[in-house]
Design a protein around this ligand. Structure first.
Ligand SMILES: Nc1ncnc2c1ncn2[C@@H]1O[C@H](COP(=O)(O)OP(=O)(O)OP(=O)(O)O)[C@@H](O)[C@H]1O
Ligand SMILES: [Mg+2]
Ligand SMILES: [Zn+2]
Length: 250
């Protein structure tokens, strides 16, 4: 018994015949793009909690939300004609990861762009464990999607305190993408004290001594300035303010 055909238009061959100026030519069936987008989505490594994040379900509670959303939408619209990625900076729960995944979803489903989501700590852990003799995965296997995908989202930059090794490794990764003219979207909790910004959230400011440069080093931060547009986000912790409130009725 053969498997059931899923596309009656091309009988699952991905090609359809079309008339063009009197002769018959083979062109890609519409299902080809849908399958490719689905494959890109499946390989993008987006955490389950965030798979539905979009611009539509991103609420704008203040001006920085509006600004960040506008920049993110422009990024998608202009892609790939861009010369810088983005770095969303702000306290926890303001929607940095949400907006980054919304960018990925739009690029995958509307522009068929290969994207990859990567948590900074997990990346460092995976590279470190690839060095162990028992590891079944090599460093180059860990780094393959990081280098190869057209758009990388590196979430929670600086979430692990830097050591010379971490700094060197992350610099190598970021520099490699930069040299290949591949764009990266970063998120970080650590304020960039090179910027004149005001924030009202106490917890955010209490860590002023623990800034982005403390976490990732001067060299990397300088590279980020060149590679990314910095987008500062402020506001309440959505998890606490809105999600927690919605559990009150349970
Ligand atoms: N403006 C928003 N509109 C809709 N949902 C939001 C918004 N901000 C945050 N959320 C939701 O709240 C949760 C936390 O948001 P998110 O993970 O994007 O925050 P974050 O800024 O990345 O925080 P952290 O610094 O802790 O990583 C997610 O489920 C996200 O979808
Ligand atoms: Mg986040
Ligand atoms: Zn088809």
């Amino acid at each position: 018994m053969t498997a059931k055909e899923t596309c009656p238009k091309c009988r699952d061959t991905s090609w359809v015949l079309k008339d063009s100026k009197g002769s018959t030519v083979a062109v890609r069936c519409s299902c080809y793009k849908e399958q490719k987008n689905q494959a890109y989505f499946d390989q993008a490594g987006i955490p389950k909690r965030y798979t539905n994040c979009s611009f539509n379900n991103f609420e704008t509670h203040n001006e920085t939300h509006q600004h960040a959303k506008k920049i993110a939408q422009k990024f998608v619209k202009d892609y790939p004609a861009l010369n810088a990625g983005l770095l969303f900076i702000g306290p926890c729960g303001v929607g940095k990861t949400h907006l980054s995944v919304a960018i990925m979803n739009e690029l995958i489903w509307k522009k068929t762009i290969s994207c990859y989501f990567c948590d900074f700590r997990e990346l460092i852990r995976n590279i470190q464990s690839s060095y162990s003799t028992e590891s079944r995965i090599t460093e180059s296997e860990v780094l393959f999607p990081i280098f190869q995908k057209d758009l990388l989202v590196l979430d929670e930059l600086g979430a692990k305190r830097t050591t010379a090794w971490v700094e060197e490794t992350v610099f190598y990764i970021i520099n490699h993408r930069y040299n290949q003219k591949k764009l990266t979207v970063f998120t970080s909790n650590y304020i960039d004290d090179g910027e004149d910004e005001e924030d009202t959230r106490d917890s955010f400011f209490k860590r002023k001594d623990d800034s982005l440069v403390d976490r990732i080093g001067i060299r990397l931060r300088s590279r980020l300035y060149e590679m990314c547009k910095i987008v500062n986000m402020e506001g309440d912790d959505y998890r606490k303010k809105i999600k927690q409130a919605s559990y009150r009725n349970i």
